[in-house]
Design a binder for this molecule. Structure first.
Ligand code: GLU
Length: 447
């Protein structure tokens, strides 16, 4: 978010600012940066700069008071060369097409980074779900699926949860789609409730994937968990689980925040108590001063902006995009950043981080645990055979460790930052798939 203190930020007509650029344009800049380190034909690169299909829908919803409201929604299918489109659906008042395009592009890169047989897609509805009743939310979710049903399918495009959507919403959507096609189709969507075909281990998979990345770094750097101070911005599904897993290993989680604000405790927070308190109050900030919980979790209130600038060893942005920008990057001092949110760092801010040798484990690797277990869910749905949670977690750990080291090697080999290495790694996989269908060098050579 733009700092309200900043006077340098100039608002443009399209609602972007100088410090917060158009998200899709900013996102695809990374392709050019990674191109020189990847073995990919320029034609393949060009294809990735243009989403394959953009669907825009209006969803009429009868509200509880009898009035009609029309919600705008999108589904962008960025690329399906390596498999069906894959990616979440978000409900948020700030959803816009450029954001959904960027998120779909990141999904293409993310599924390639971890080697899943999927392309990339993303969807969103402009809505504040907290203002809707449960019945209104169900009508909206079913209505949205009705509008996009012709364009999705288990072999076409497979949605999943994202910001402010959850397993129950995925269950309604699966049910609605199954009604439309007149057959039960669990593989249409992932992140479903377990009794409706969800996978064990999906709920904490995003945070767990990031945790497995950090464990690999811990071994590389010979860290002692009790010496490592961690701050987590965002205490939703992903942030909460990564904090919980790290805390259980002895890491010192000194700060956490959510959209209402944050808490800081130099000696480390008791994460299970914070999770409990958040469940009771629905706000992390309230943890500080809420009677009995106050005694359980003694801490100082801080803002989200302050959290990003804390002197910690590991910073984990796990909220929304555009949190580390040219406005605040000079004050971001953590030597390691693990991007659990999608796109928390703008490309200009990222350059500044590279210049100060910050190790950024980039979003397309660090948060790929969610889509990896979504892939496991899709496989289980298609096979009709379900795995135990240990099997899910073990397979996830293997993939995250394997790809972490593969990217680390690219980084060392070319002496580049980890984000560029991750994009180069993804581009190689996407490039091979595109090239195996032929490029100009094949078609213009008729021998
Ligand atoms: N929304 C998540 C992401 O950004 C999960 C996507 C999925 O499971 O398909 O990676």
């Amino acid at each position: 978010m733009t700092s309200s203190k900043s006077t340098k930020v100039r608002k443009k007509d399209d609602n972007t600012t100088d410090s917060i650029p158009d998200l899709f344009d900013d996102a695809i800049k990374r392709l050019d940066e990674a191109f020189e380190y990847a073995n990919i034909h320029p034609e393949a690169l060009e294809r990735l700069k243009h989403p394959k299909r953009t669907i825009q829908v209006s969803v009429p919803v009868r509200m509880d008071d009898g009035t009609l409201r029309v919600f705008e929604g999108y589904r962008v299918q960025h690329d399906d060369t390596r498999g069906p489109g894959k990616g979440g659906l978000r409900y948020h008042p700030q959803v816009n097409l450029s954001e959904v395009k960027a998120l779909a592009f990141w999904m293409t890169c993310k599924t390639a980074v971890v080697g899943l047989p999927f392309g990339g897609a993303k969807g969103g509805v402009i809505v504040n779900p907290k203002e809707l009743s449960h019945l209104e939310l169900e009508r909206l979710s079913r209505g949205f699926i009705k509008e996009i049903a012709d364009f999705i399918g288990p072999e076409v495009d497979v949605p999943a949860p994202d910001v402010y959507t959850n397993s129950m919403i995925m269950g309604w959507m699966m049910d609605e789609y199954s009604d439309i096609v007149r057959r039960r189709t669990p593989a249409i969507i992932t992140g479903k409730p377990i009794p409706l075909g969800g996978s064990l281990g999906r709920a904490d998979a995003t945070g767990r994937g990031a945790y497995y990345c950090l464990k690999e770094l811990e071994h590389k750097r010979h860290w002692k968990p009790q010496d490592i101070r961690v701050a987590v911005q965002g205490f939703g599904n992903a942030g909460q689980h990564v904090a919980r897993l790290l805390h259980a290993d002895g890491y010192k989680i000194v700060a956490v925040s959510d959209s209402s604000g944050g808490i800081y405790k130099e000696t480390g927070l008791d994460v299970p108590s914070v999770i409990y308190a958040k469940e009771q109050t629905r706000q992390v900030k309230a943890v500080y001063c809420d009677g009995a919980i106050c005694e359980m979790v003694e801490a100082k209130n801080i803002t989200n902006e302050e959290l990003l600038e804390l002197d910690v060893d590991v910073l984990i942005p796990a909220a929304l995009e555009n949190q580390i920008t040219t406005d605040n990057v000079k004050n971001v001092v953590a030597p390691v950043i693990v991007e659990v949110a999608n796109g928390p760092t703008t490309s200009d801010a990222d350059k500044a981080l590279v210049n100060k040798d910050t190790l950024v484990i980039p979003d397309i690797l660090a948060n790929a645990g969610g889509v990896t277990v979504s892939y496991f869910e899709w496989v289980q749905n298609k096979a009709g055979y379900y795995w135990g949670v240990d099997e899910v977690n073990h397979k996830l750990q293997e993939i995250m460790a394997r790809e972490f080291h593969a990217i680390y090697e690219v980084m060392d080999e070319h002496d580049i930052d980890m984000r560029t290495a991750a994009y180069a790694h993804a581009l190689n996989r996407i490039g091979q798939a595109i090239e195996s269908q032929g490029t100009s060098s094949y078609f213009s050579n008729n021998d």
